[in-house]
Design a protein around this ligand. Structure first.
Ligand SMILES: C[S@@+](CC[C@H](N)C(=O)[O-])C[C@H]1O[C@@H](n2cnc3c(N)ncnc32)[C@H](O)[C@@H]1O
Length: 363
């Protein structure tokens, strides 16, 4: 293929979409362009370049872009982050949202859906069915093919490589060599196509607003720093006041993120929308704690429900929890890391400490 034409297409992509176009990615680009030229019955990459550059070619541009992105994902990717969500972030959100009984979660750049479905399973496992709550989990991606696969909820064993086996058994039914997600979880998640870089959001019409929690992980790796900064600004604006943003480890290190405050949690850092007057550590060039990528080491389990009442029930001390690994906690003998009885929330606005007490009395 004409390498000058390919260079022009690469430059167009990086200037218009903020995508980093490494030399080593040229093969991927060449394949993607060849595929689109074949589909459109074009014979020379220059024709394709002109098409991409013409007005009204936004959809074709998105189509090409989506072919350059890898849709690699799997359930409960990064145990440490999911444990932090379960033990810290989600309980905090639930406590704050207990008055309105609504929680809004967005997995931005969700590929084939493993991430938003993991969040839905985490919610179900931790808080039960929540019949009087509105729990909304949205998954979005640039690539419509990934979203079509996500909607089916049918996965190969490789997608479960980090998921505790008891959870897979509880929420999936084997169909031949694949596993079908149960409808009770599928119904919790809706999928929308959205371009995080070029798309307009917050967008109330498509439900992209007022998020209590956004996960945008393993997406920024494709983008130039200025593009990451732009996306971060839009994500921050899509958060509810006090809402949280979780990225993959070190993904936004030293990228200015105005409006976001970095909050260290065990094994990860989460960003919280800064409400004026509350900023502790404005996330401009956010320092990261050193955590290995996709680490498998330690999770922090919630305290098991105590048999005898104690005056001030608290989560398990971190040092104690650190001695337990995800694998040991999910071994068949122990059955599950998850609380046997779902956490129940008190009937009205109240403090989290009272919630603990309330749970101890009622669960
Ligand atoms: C490596 S996957 C990460 C999936 C999931 N978040 C995870 O961590 O397992 C990256 C995904 O980001 C999507 N993506 C990249 N740029 C995007 C954009 N501008 N808008 C929406 N999605 C995008 C890709 O299509 C791909 O599915």
């Amino acid at each position: 293929m004409d390498s000058e034409a390919l260079d022009r297409i690469a430059t167009l992509i990086s200037s218009r979409a903020g995508v980093i176009s490494h030399v080593e990615d040229r093969n991927t680009l060449r394949h993607a362009v060849a595929g689109r030229m074949k589909a459109l019955k074009l014979s020379h990459p220059n024709e394709y370049y002109l098409l991409l550059n013409s007005p009204g070619a936004e959809k074709e541009f998105e189509r090409l872009l989506s072919l350059l992105m890898v849709g690699e994902s799997y359930f409960f990717r990064d145990e440490g982050q999911f444990a932090a969500l379960r033990d810290h972030t989600l309980p905090d959100i639930m406590r704050r949202r207990n008055g309105v009984k609504t929680i809004r979660i967005w997995s931005a750049g969700c590929a084939t859906g493993e991430e938003p479905y993991s969040l839905a399973i985490l919610m179900r496992e931790t808080f039960g069915e929540l019949p009087d709550w509105r729990v909304s989990v949205i998954g979005s991606d640039l690539n419509p093919d990934f979203l079509a696969k996500a909607e089916k909820g049918l996965y190969r064993p490789w997608s479960f490589r980090a998921m505790p086996e008891p959870l897979r058994q509880r929420y999936f039914t084997q169909r031949g060599e694949q596993f079908q997600l149960h409808d009770s979880i599928r119904r919790m998640v809706t999928f929308v196509q959205n371009d995080l870089f070029g798309g307009g959001y917050p967008d109330t019409a498509r439900g992209l607003y007022g998020m209590d929690l956004i996960l945008c992980r393993n997406v920024f790796i494709y983008y130039q720093p200025a593009a990451v900064e732009l996306i971060l600004g839009k994500l921050a604006a899509t958060l509810a006041p006090d809402g949280y943003l979780l990225t993959a480890h070190s993904e936004i290190s030293f990228i200015p993120a105005p409006g976001l405050v970095a909050k260290p949690l065990p094994d990860t850092v989460i960003y919280q929308r800064a409400v004026s007057g509350k900023g502790e550590m404005e996330a401009t060039a956010v320092p990261q704690i050193a955590v290995p990528r996709e680490h498998k080491a330690v999770i922090h389990a919630p305290a098991p429900p105590a048999k005898t009442p104690s005056p001030t029930p608290q989560p398990a001390p971190l040092d104690e929890a650190r001695t337990r690994t995800w694998a040991s906690l999910t071994a068949p003998a122990i059955t599950s890391i998850w609380p046997r009885k779902p956490v129940r929330l008190p009937p009205s606005r109240t403090s989290w400490r009272r919630t603990w007490r309330w749970n101890r009395v009622t669960c």
